[in-house]
Write a protein that binds this ligand. Structure first.
Ligand code: FEO
Length: 170
């Protein structure tokens, strides 16, 4: 049902999502070691979401009768300059993910692979939300600056985030 090229791109996207999961876990650890457990929680939940994204693609590849080929992923950075640096990197990474999703959607459209185009619509919508949330957090942390009370409140806010599993693509 899907071409070899689309299967390869989707397999690579599983690795992209898993890299994002590792990257966010790295960010989570950075905040945890600085006693900002609320922000650490935010990134840990984000990491779980990325694993779920990878699994959605994994399921789709199997559903269309193709071969899942797991790939290795690079070691993500674990040193960051400051809080703002982390949030800016998170936003930049989401933009990269959006680009790779769009690229697969573009190829699928060119191939009239409407099943994959339809499948990717969930990811396209998700990326709008992901970039919006990441941008908002960059704006908020910029306002916090060196105000420790504001940072405490920001940390409390992000402590509220919980992981919500989204049903599989089936
Ligand atoms: Fe799976 Fe944050 O994109």
């Amino acid at each position: 049902m899907i071409s070899e090229k689309i299967a390869q791109l989707l397999n690579a996207q599983i690795a992209n999502e898993q890299y994002a999961a590792q990257y966010y876990l790295s960010m989570s650890a950075w905040f945890h070691t600085r006693d900002l457990d609320g922000i650490a929680n935010y990134f840990r939940v984000q990491s779980k979401e990325e694993l779920m994204h990878g699994e959605k693609i994994f399921d789709y590849i199997l559903d269309v009768g193709c071969e899942v080929q797991m790939q290795g992923i690079e070691k993500p950075p674990f040193e960051f300059e400051n809080e703002l640096d982390v949030f800016e990197r998170a936003l930049a990474h989401e933009k990269l993910v959006t680009k790779s999703i769009f690229e697969i959607a573009k190829v699928a459209t060119e191939e009239s692979d409407f099943a994959t185009v339809s499948f990717l619509q969930w990811f396209i919508n998700e990326q709008v939300e992901e970039e919006s949330s990441a941008s908002l957090l960059v704006a908020k942390i910029k306002r916090v600056k060196d105000n420790t009370s504001a940072l405490y409140l920001f940390d409390q806010e992000l402590a509220q985030r919980v992981f919500v599993e989204v049903p599989s693509a089936k």
